[in-house]
Every structure is written in C-alpha cells, then in structure tokens.
Design a binder for this molecule. Structure first.
Ligand code: SF4
Length: 350
C-alpha cells in the first residue's frame, strides 16, 4: 500500500510494514548518521516483509551501514579536493558541478555523497555562496557545461530553478546545463509544466540525467513524468549504479536499459559502486561488472548500451572500466588510468 507522505524514521518504516519491529532500533542507529527518506511511490513498490526486495534494498537502512572498511572514504570521488569555491566542483577543464542543494527526495543507502546529503549534511547554498559560485562560472570561460547535482536539484521549487537558470542564461560560454536527478522516478508528482519550463533558458541546451537502478522503478507515474519532460524537448540521459542484490543480473540490467530507451532516455553511465562508507554489502567486483556489461553487448540493441565507469578514488575522475580497459596487477587489484594518463591502483572492492 502507498503511504500518503515521505517516510523519514525507522518507526515510520515499521508502521508502513517495510521494516520488522525487531530491526527498528538498529535502523534508528543507522539513521543517526545516514538519513532516511522513502517517498510514497517507492514505498508502494516495495514487497512487504522481503528485505532482499531490490527496491527495499536501495532505501531501507541496514545494520551493515555501520561497518566501514579500510578502503572506504567519506568523500570517495574527491569532490572536496576540487572545490575552488563552496558549491562548485571543477574537476575537468570544460565543466563544473554546481551543488546548490544537498537535500534529496529519497536517501539511497549506497549514496556516494552520503556524508554530505541529508538534514545533517551541507544544506542549501546561502545566497552569498550562490553568488560566488555563479561568479566563478562567469569568470572561467573554459566552462562549457554546468552540471546541477547535489543532492537533487529538482527538490528546489520551480521558482528557484527558474531563478538559477536566469542567472546562468547571460553567461555566454555556458552552452549546456545538465541536471542530475532521481525526482522523475521517485517523486514524479513534482514534475509539472512549471517545473519543466523552469529547466529551460534561451541559448542553453538542457540535459536531464535520470537516475534509476531497477526496471520496477518505471512506474506508470514515472513514465508519464519522463514522457512530459521528453515532449518538452529536454534531452534525457540515464545514470545507474551497479548494485549487488539490486541489478547485478544481466536480465535485470537489460530490462532497465531497454526501459530507459523506451522512455526516450539514452543510456549513459552505469557506475561501478563507489567506496562510500558502510556500503560494502552493495559492491560487486570489477570482474563481475565487466562480465555483466560484456553479456549485455550480445543481448540487447546498441541503443541500450551504457558506458561502465569507475570514479577513481581521490578525485581523479571517471574512467571506462569495461573488459580490456583496466588491467589486473596480479595482487587482486586493478590498474586504472585517469583522463590525464596517470595510473592508479583500485582495490578488489567486494
Ligand atoms: S538521490 Fe543521489 S545524491 Fe541523493 S541520496 Fe540518492 S544517490 Fe545520493
């Protein structure tokens, strides 16, 4: 049954039948560090009494989140080391992340920014910090693309999103504005004509990267929301995280990628799970990921093929890691090369 509001405590989850009462204390302890939010649409999708349900696994706290392994890091992809001003991450020459808000409609248990998002996280940029971030973008003519991420930028009101776009609009060297969001899938009721209009600005091309990890997430409501965005001429690309017990199965991945294409969302990135604290139970080995991606090649249309990527720990950027693109070092580790040509060692990571 679908609740009428977002569930935010372990008690809410118990009351909704999504958590066994004997697990409430453990889940509350996890939530002291990593917030809970399960939207009505996602709660309605979960199989009651099945902790292994692929939707439940993504959002219901697990005691294993309190175990941190030696290779895990609070900032696994090195945002902070590439942040020249608050709210900006400038890792590659031609693009920046603009993190206007660190709030999300749901809190994913595997989140790579889990130490930054949530009620105890970095919050929303102050007006002064936003001014400084916009000034940074305006002053750096090499910035061709601004990627709004967070947190989830689509938790902002249409008015605030329109204001943000209005501030980017006069910056002539910015041609592309990309939003990374879970909203069309997990909170599709937020998508309406006003929100879609707010994402556009004259002289800019808007891209929206939709985050979904399992084909069941494509509910009728999500399909309608994504269809509305596509009809408005906003280009749609996908992002998914390869997660143990959620989508580490070739049939599930094939259905997920086909689902995106059927919704006019171009498959873009399949992320190897990051070394975020307390997420070891979600991680698959690089060898398993490579085998899954290779199996997809023979199975589904070229339109449906994502690029399998790893964010190299320490902020060295993304690297494609499909079979043949990384080398085993003989110690169980892998050698992976960043976009500058420098080689880094990556742990086995299971
Ligand atoms: S929506 Fe994105 S940023 Fe927010 S918790 Fe999920 S993965 Fe993290």
């Amino acid at each position: 049954m679908k609740p009428d509001r977002t569930l935010r405590t372990a008690g809410d989850l118990v009351d909704a039948g999504l958590l066994a009462p004997e697990l409430q204390a453990e889940a509350s302890a996890v939530a002291e560090r990593y917030a809970i939010a399960v939207t009505p649409v996602m709660a309605g999708l979960m199989a009651r009494g099945d902790a292994d349900d692929p939707i439940a696994r993504q959002f219901i706290p697990d005691a294993r989140e309190r175990d941190t392994t030696p290779e895990e890091r609070a900032d696994p992809i090195g945002d902070l080391s590439h942040s020249p001003v608050e709210g900006i991450v400038h890792r590659y020459p031609d693009r920046v992340l603009l993190k206007a808000v660190h709030v999300c409609p749901v809190y994913c248990r595997f989140c790579f920014r889990r130490e930054m998002v949530g009620p105890e996280g970095l919050g929303t940029l102050s007006p002064e910090a936003l001014d400084a971030a916009i000034a940074y973008i305006a002053a750096h003519e090499e910035i061709w693309e601004v990627i709004l991420t967070g947190g989830d930028p689509l938790v902002l009101s249409a008015r605030r999103l329109a204001d943000l776009m209005a501030r980017l609009q006069p910056i002539a060297h910015v041609k592309i504005v990309r939003f990374h969001t879970r909203v069309p899938v997990v909170a599709p009721e937020r998508v309406d004509a006003a929100l879609i209009a707010a994402l556009k600005a004259s002289g800019k091309s808007t891209y929206l990267a939709v985050h979904a990890n399992h084909p069941r997430e494509f509910t009728p409501e999500a399909r309608a929301a994504i269809g509305q965005i596509a009809d408005a001429g906003i280009a749609l690309i996908s992002q998914s995280v390869l997660l143990k017990g959620v989508n580490d199965d070739v049939a599930v991945l094939a259905e997920l990628m086909r689902g995106f294409v059927e919704l006019r969302v171009q498959p873009y990135y399949l992320h190897h799970p990051d070394l975020a604290p307390g997420t070891a139970h979600f991680r698959v080995g690089l060898d398993e990921g490579q085998a899954l991606v290779a199996a997809l090649r023979g199975r589904i249309s070229g339109l449906c093929q994502p690029t399998y990527v790893l964010d190299i720990p320490g902020g060295h950027g993304k690297a494609p890691v499909a079979a043949g693109m990384v080398t085993e070092t003989g110690t169980g580790c892998y050698a992976v090369t960043d976009w500058r040509g420098q080689t880094h060692t990556y742990p086995p990571g299971r």
